[in-house]
Every structure is written in structure tokens, then in C-alpha cells.
Design a protein. Structure first.
Ligand SMILES: Nc1nc2c(c(=O)[nH]1)N[C@H]1C(S)=C(S)[C@@H](COP(=O)(O)OP(=O)(O)OC[C@H]3O[C@@H](n4cnc5c(=O)[nH]c(N)nc54)[C@H](O)[C@@H]3O)O[C@H]1N2
Ligand SMILES: Nc1nc2c(c(=O)[nH]1)N[C@H]1C(S)=C(S)[C@@H](COP(=O)(O)OP(=O)(O)OC[C@H]3O[C@@H](n4cnc5c(=O)[nH]c(N)nc54)[C@H](O)[C@@H]3O)O[C@H]1N2
Ligand code: SF4
Ligand SMILES: [Mo]
Length: 736
């Protein structure tokens, strides 16, 4: 019997352990959560394992509370330890053998594809998966199943940044420079990025920047902990990023601060953007953004007079129905000031997930092939067809993006079967009640997870998989640095890795040889597959990664040092010049009105991660943030007669959520904030707007119109009982 509290260590770890030295009984790995990929050691502990921080260029020894708590879910008693299947569509889940679960899944895939066509079976991946898993899942879709129906949760994360970076610079690497450059620039502008709560070790870089005389500007409607570190905080009206960037550009042009030489030598398309900016004089931009003309002039002056500046974008302006336009507006400003393609200058987007960068290079995305190649470019298709030994006619074309893919489940002509691996869309997709309904109506849903997530709970087959510390694999962090996570612990007995599960399915579909189950073997294949692509990993090997502190792509040969800084010689476009883009009108899809008078913005809290499957199972994190909350400005709360801790109902045109009220001066008086880390009635995506950005397919998570009311009278008690948060239930269960 597997004993969760037994301190068990992998053979590979023991062999690296010096006898008698407990501190050496460790494996060098990295935090499973965000894109910073802080380095940690896993060390033995009476409870099984604990985390120790390790110095690495990104975190420099610092971890956030999620990193410190990362070992807690490893031995959690709700961990899935056997496959589960549902014998009848509406029957209960029951334990099953691996053979039965794999056979059932392979049979369902065959049946669905032969009755409804190859594209009727889909796959949905995640940016937390290692490069090896992302590559193999993409290959499983294209080569194993020959379906075009595959996308991943990065669509809800980095897709708008990816489009804008490619349009402007010809290449999508979230940061074109290492994090170390942040503290060496003169002005750092954080746009819609609350890094103090979402990537806490970055706070050290912000402090160093200011200690060296640099200036921090934060653009965020909320007065976040990050905004409180800023020299200048621009608390814009939600949804007005493009207007602000155009307003700043107007003033820079008016004051002759644009870099004419850079524009002439290294860019194209400025004239149209210049003409557009003429219409955004400070008073007008101020009206559009809710700022004062003086604030706009001050920010433009700071940037115009600085020799170096870096712009970093988070999800704030990026998760909107006009997010590509928002990003292009900021990039235009960066280019006009000549602050790109030079040391300590540039525009970057902060990749959120542990392998958000790598996953979008290996072919998880609806339109992508490994090496960041395109499924629609003949030369790219040819390269992969040759590598995989298939004909062009056998390689599918691009399929639907995440939101339409998920929304087609169970509908005629849509998906009839879906494999979800590394995502929990019942919590994280917009208008999620409808997504849950679609998944329930799907003839066959299979989910691979370590816990029974809200999505896994709807599945016909659930496979339990190994967790991050129990397997090896590479991830590519937010800087484009490829790093190796070593296996630190054995998986509980009987558990298989995601690669082994895909291998098992491939075996039953008659193509096992093309889907190796060893991570090192998959990496060796993927690095060769990437050769000649934009994200070229061909010079990176496990043995190099064991000796170096990660390697930046592109790295096209074994002797190549990797590429920490991009674009210094030229941009990645055909002519080496960056592109300006005129901005289309960027209005939110929904505006507050009489019925829904407030803005709702959703995002993150320090203590929880994403859909919460993992962090809601970390007792120490749950103790910090035990239940869903809605942040309300105290003056608005007074008007609405809501007190701190009251149970409230937040209502939008999609539906309602229930949470407890948190009175906070951090939100604007016209706005509310909810985190999306919760399932059940406290789930933010019950109410968010599924309006999509036309170019990227990104939903408008950050903006919608809402109202909030106190749950009142007798009804409140009743609702309280039925609306008990999962966290409270979880706490109660634990106390028992
Ligand atoms: N604690 C924690 N950390 C995480 C994660 C997590 O779940 N929890 N997830 C990781 C992932 S996948 C990601 S993508 C990153 C995201 O990291 P961030 O982008 O820093 O996080 P968010 O909270 O989504 O949004 C950032 C800010 O955008 C602001 N905002 C809202 N509307 C607007 C607007 O119209 N314009 C502007 N300029 N700003 C606006 C919000 O007020 C919010 O403070 O975090 C990563 N790190
Ligand atoms: N309202 C609102 N919604 C949002 C956002 C927002 O700001 N507001 N942000 C969006 C963003 S940026 C993102 S990135 C998404 C994230 O949304 P999700 O994709 O739902 O994120 P996770 O909770 O990380 O989901 C990962 C799931 O897979 C499991 N898992 C983790 N690693 C592995 C693995 O290696 N193998 C397997 N088999 N399973 C694994 C976890 O237990 C978890 O259940 O949410 C998006 N949704
Ligand atoms: S969640 Fe991110 S910031 Fe926190 S320890 Fe992990 S990698 Fe570092
Ligand atoms: Mo994300």
C-alpha cells in the first residue's frame, strides 16, 4: 500500500546523494507553477518531501508562497491513484484497471473518428506541460489521430501577445532579453501586470531599478501591490490601454521626442501611425482613459527623455476583445521612441505559465507545428512531413481555437470526443457554465490529471498522472530560457506519466513506435524537429542543461551558446525591420449601463494558481485565501449597503457568482475585482464575457459590466448554506 507520508526518493536521486549527507539528498528541479520557473530542491521530510529554494538567474534564491507550498499537493490524500471510468453516461465514476481505461479510450477514439470524421475527436492541452508532453500531444493529434482539432489553454493566456509580437517583430519570444536587464533600464513600464503578486521574485528587480535611479511606471486600473511600488501609477479606466498609448505617442511627437533615425533605419509604417496619433491630444486621451492631461504629459516626458526603456505587458490589456490592438498600440509607442532592438530596451510580454512559452513552440496550438512553424506555410509543412515521414495530404491544417473548439462539444458537426490534458476549462474558460454543459453533452470525455478537477469530474475516463516532481522534462521559461526539471521523487505506485499514457493509447491505435514514453527520447526528437524553425532547440541537450543555467533559444548547434538577447542586429521580419501598425478602434465589447453599472475585472491573487486544482489542495495557501471574494471600493460598498465579509451576489448578463465582500481601496470606485481560482458558485467565469479578439481568439476576461448586491434576508441564510464555498467544505473535511 502506498503510504503518502513515507519519505520515498527515486533511485536516480539516491545515486546522486553523498552518503550520510541529508542536505545532498535532493534533486535540482523547478517550481511547477508560473513562468518564472524559480529553482528549488526537493528534500526529504517526515511528511514526504519539502521545498528548499535554490539560486537561479530568475529567482536568485527567492520563492513566493506558492513555490514554498509546491510539495503539499504531491502527497495530498485526494490524489488520484487509479484510473476511473463511468460505465454509463450518467452513472458514477468507478475505479478501473489501466488496461480497461486505455482500451475504452482507444475504442472511443476509433468509433468517433470512423463515424463522424477525424476532426470529431479533439485534444486540449496546457501551458504547464513540459516541452516533451506538448510536442508529443501535438504529434499525437497530427500524426496519430490526424485531427485538426487541437488547441490549449495558452489561447486564454498568451495568444494576443503572440500575434502582436509576430506582427511587429516577426517573432514571438515573450521577453527578447534576460530578466537581469530589467534593473538596468532607465524607465520600466508595467502594463496590466501585477508582478508583485503574480511573479513575486521580480519585486527584487523593481527595487534594484529604483535604487539605481530608474523609474517604474505601472499602468493598471487597480492600485495593486505592484502599483504601490511605482513612481508613477496610471490608474486608467479599464479597457483604455490603446487610447493611453496613442495619447503618450501624441505628446512624444508634439515634443519631438520620437527617434527619427531609428524609425528611418529599423522600422516601416510609421507615417500612418503618426497621423493617427495626432488625434489623441492629452485632453482627449485624458477623457478616454480617466487620467488627467498632466499625468499623460508626465508619463510621456519620462519616456521621451529616457535613453533606455523597457515595456512589459501582462494579461491586463491582453485579455480583451481588442487585445491585439492594445498591444500594437504599446509596441508602436516603444518603436517610435526607438526603445527596441537595443541593449536595455525593448517590449516584452510576461509569459504566465511554467511552460507557456515552450508549449506554444512545440505544436499544441491550433495553427502550429514544432519549432514555432506554421501549419499553413508550405515550407513549414514540408519540413515536418519529411521529419515525421508522412505525406502533405495526411497532415491536417489549422483547426478551431480554444473557445469555439470547446463550445462545439457535442453539437452536430462539432467535437464528439475530447482528451483534456493539463487544463481545467470548466473553471478557466469564459462563460464556463455553458462549457460545462457542452462537456456533459459530449459522447466521450477523457481527462488526465492528478486530482479530480471540475473538468475531470465530468469525464467518462479519468487517468491519474505523475506530478512535476515525479518525472523529468524541460520547460522554457518566460525569458525563452530552456531548463531541465529533474525527477525528485518516485510517483505513487501504479501511476503513469502523461508520456506513458499517450504511449499506451498509441499502442492501442497501432502507432506506439512514433510515441516514445521516455522524456529524454522525446526531447531528442523534438530538438531535431525544431531544427531550422524559428524556435530552434537543436543544439540543446539534457547533458548541456545539466551543466548550464538554462539555454536561450534559438540554439541551432551543439557549440552555440544560445541567444539571451534578440533583435540587436535586426528584427526577425523578412527585411529585418520592425513594423508599425495603425490601431483599429478598441472599445470593450460591453460597457457599464443602468442595469450593470460597474466594471468587473478578473485576475489573480498571490496565494492561488489558475483554476486552483493544485493550490486549493495546499493547506498553507488555502489558509491565506480560503474562499472566493469580490473586491469592492468602500465608498461603493457603503452606497450598496455592503459590509466587509457580507455574502454578495455579483451579476452580469451571463449569470451570477457568489462570494464574500472584501472592501478595498485598491479597486476604482467604478470597478469590482474577482479572482478566477474557484470552482462552483464562486467561479468568476460563470459571469465573464466570452467576446473574442478577432485575430487571436482571446476572450475578454478583463472587462465586463456587472452589478453587485448583498444577499439579503431569509434567502441569504438559505443561499449561504447552498452556496458554501468549496474552500470551506475543504477545510471542514480536513478538520474531520
Ligand atoms: N499568484 C499567481 N501568480 C500567477 C498565476 C496565478 O494564477 N496566480 N498565473 C500565472 C499566469 S498563467 C499568468 S498569465 C500570469 C498573469 O499575471 P498578471 O498579468 O500580472 O495577472 P492578472 O491578475 O491576470 O492581471 C494583471 C492586472 O491587469 C489589470 N487590468 C485589468 N484591466 C486592465 C486594463 O484594461 N488595462 C490594464 N493595463 N490593466 C488591466 C488587473 O487589475 C491586474 O492587476 O500570472 C502567472 N502567475
Ligand atoms: N476569468 C478569468 N479566466 C482566466 C484568466 C483570467 O485572468 N481571468 N486567465 C487565463 C489564463 S492566463 C490561463 S493560463 C488559464 C489557465 O487555466 P487552466 O488551464 O484551467 O489552468 P490550470 O489550473 O493550471 O489547469 C491545469 C490542470 O491540469 C492539471 N495539471 C497541471 N499540470 C499537469 C501535467 O503536467 N499533466 C497533467 N495531466 N495535468 C496537469 C492541474 O491539476 C489542473 O487541473 O486560465 C484563463 N482563464
Ligand atoms: S509560482 Fe512562480 S514566482 Fe512563485 S515560486 Fe513558483 S515560479 Fe517562483
Ligand atoms: Mo496565463
Amino acid at each position: 500500500m502506498w503510504n503518502p507520508s513515507q519519505p520515498v526518493f527515486a533511485e536516480s536521486v539516491r545515486t546522486r546523494t553523498r552518503p550520510g549527507s541529508v542536505s545532498a539528498a535532493k534533486a535540482a528541479t523547478h517550481c511547477p507553477y508560473c513562468g518564472l520557473q524559480c529553482a528549488i530542491d526537493i528534500v526529504p521530510d517526515p511528511s514526504g518531501a519539502r521545498v528548499r529554494s535554490r539560486s537561479f538567474p530568475t529567482n536568485r534564491g527567492i520563492l513566493c508562497p506558492k513555490g514554498w507550498a509546491a510539495a503539499e499537493p504531491l502527497r495530498h490524500r485526494e490524489r488520484l491513484l487509479v484510473p476511473w471510468i463511468r460505465s454509463t453516461k450518467n452513472g458514477p465514476l468507478r475505479p478501473a484497471s489501466w488496461e480497461e481505461a486505455l482500451d475504452r479510450t482507444a475504442k472511443a477514439i476509433r468509433r468517433i473518428q470512423s463515424h463522424h470524421g477525424r476532426n470529431a475527436f479533439g485534444l486540449f492541452g496546457g501551458g504547464g506541460l513540459t516541452n516533451e508532453k506538448a510536442y508529443l500531444l501535438g504529434k499525437f493529434a497530427r500524426v496519430g489521430l490526424r485531427t485538426s482539432s487541437i488547441d490549449y489553454n495558452g489561447r486564454f493566456c498568451m495568444s494576443s501577445a503572440a500575434v502582436a509580437l509576430q506582427k511587429s517583430f516577426g517573432l514571438d519570444r515573450g521577453l527578447p532579453f534576460p530578466l537581469a536587464d530589467l534593473s538596468k533600464t532607465e524607465v520600466l513600464v508595467l502594463v496590466g501586470a501585477n508582478v508583485v503578486e503574480t511573479m513575486p521574485p521580480l519585486q527584487g528587480y523593481l527595487q534594484e531599478l529604483r535604487a539605481a535611479g530608474g523609474t517604474l511606471v505601472v499602468v493598471d486600473p487597480r492600485t495593486t501591490p505592484t502599483a504601490r511600488c511605482a513612481d508613477l501609477h496610471l490608474s486608467i479606466r479599464p479597457g483604455s490601454d490603446a487610447a493611453l498609448a496613442l495619447g503618450l505617442l501624441h505628446w512624444a511627437i508634439a515634443q519631438d521626442w520620437v527617434d527619427a533615425e531609428f524609425i528611418a533605419n529599423r522600422t516601416t509604417g510609421f507615417e500612418e501611425v503618426r497621423r493617427q496619433a495626432l488625434a489623441f491630444w492629452p485632453e482627449r486621451a485624458a477623457r478616454m482613459t480617466g487620467l488627467s492631461p498632466a499625468q499623460i504629459r508626465e508619463a510621456a516626458t519620462l519616456l521621451g527623455k529616457a535613453k533606455t526603456a523597457i515595456f512589459l505587458s501582462g494579461r491586463g490589456g491582453e485579455q480583451q476583445s481588442h487585445s491585439v490592438a492594445n498591444l500594437l498600440a504599446w509596441i508602436n509607442l516603444c518603436l517610435a521612441l526607438g526603445k527596441a532592438g537595443k541593449p536595455f530596451c525593448g517590449f516584452g510580454s510576461l509569459t504566465g505559465q511554467g511552460n507557456g512559452q515552450g508549449a506554444r513552440e512545440q505544436g499544441l496550438k491550433a495553427d502550429q507545428l514544432p519549432g514555432y512553424r506554421s501549419l499553413e506555410l508550405p515550407a513549414d509543412r514540408e519540413a515536418l512531413c519529411r521529419f515525421w515521414g508522412i505525406r502533405d495530404a495526411e497532415l491536417p491544417h489549422s483547426g478551431p481555437t480554444a473557445d469555439p473548439l470547446l463550445r462545439s462539444c457535442g453539437l452536430p458537426g462539432g467535437l464528439q470526443g475530447l482528451l483534456v490534458l493539463g487544463s481545467n476549462p470548466v473553471v478557466s474558460a469564459p462563460k464556463s457554465l455553458e462549457i460545462a454543459e457542452r462537456l456533459r453533452s459530449l459522447p466521450f470525455l477523457v481527462v488526465v490529471d492528478f486530482f479530480l478537477s471540475e473538468t475531470a469530474a465530468l469525464a467518462d475516463v479519468v487517468f491519474p498522472s505523475a506530478q512535476w516532481a515525479e518525472e523529468e522534462g524541460t520547460v522554457t521559461n518566460l525569458e525563452g530560457r530552456v531548463l531541465l526539471r529533474e525527477q525528485a521523487l518516485p510517483a505513487p505506485p501504479g501511476i503513469r506519466t502523461d508520456l506513458e499514457i499517450l504511449h499506451g493509447l498509441a499502442q492501442r491505435l497501432g502507432c506506439a513506435n512514433a510515441f516514445p514514453a521516455q522524456a529524454s527520447q522525446v526531447f531528442d526528437e523534438l530538438r531535431r524537429a525544431s531544427s531550422g524553425g524559428k524556435a530552434d532547440y537543436s543544439g540543446i541537450t539534457y547533458s548541456r542543461l545539466r551543466q548550464e543555467e538554462g539555454i536561450f533559444w534559438p540554439c541551432p548547434s551543439s557549440g552555440h551558446p544560445g541567444t539571451p538577447r534578440l533583435f540587436l542586429e535586426g528584427f526577425a521580419t523578412a527585411d529585418g525591420r520592425a513594423r508599425f501598425h495603425p490601431i483599429e478602434e478598441a472599445l470593450p465589447a460591453e460597457l457599464p449601463d443602468g442595469d450593470y453599472p460597474l466594471w468587473l475585472t478578473t485576475g489573480r491573487q498571490l496565494a492561488h494558481y489558475q483554476s486552483g486544482t493544485q493550490t486549493r489542495r495546499s493547506p498553507s495557501l488555502l489558509a491565506r485565501e480560503p474562499e472566493p471574494t469580490v473586491e469592492i471600493h468602500p465608498a461603493m460598498a457603503e452606497k450598496l449597503q455592503i459590509a466587509e465579509g457580507d455574502r454578495v451576489r455579483l451579476i452580469t448578463r451571463r449569470g451570477f457568482l457568489r462570494a464574500s465582500a472584501r472592501l478595498s481601496l485598491a479597486v476604482r470606485i467604478d470597478s469590482l475585482f474577482a479572482s478566477f481560482h474557484w470552482g462552483g458558485e464562486g467561479s468568476a467565469n460563470r459571469v465573464t464575457n466570452p467576446a473574442l479578439d478577432r485575430d487571436s481568439g482571446m476572450p475578454e476576461f478583463k472587462l465586463c459590466a456587472a452589478r453587485v448586491e448583498r444577499e439579503s434576508g431569509a434567502g441569504a441564510g438559505a443561499e449561504d448554506r447552498s452556496g458554501r464555498s468549496e474552500a470551506k467544505l475543504e477545510n471542514r473535511r480536513r478538520k474531520r
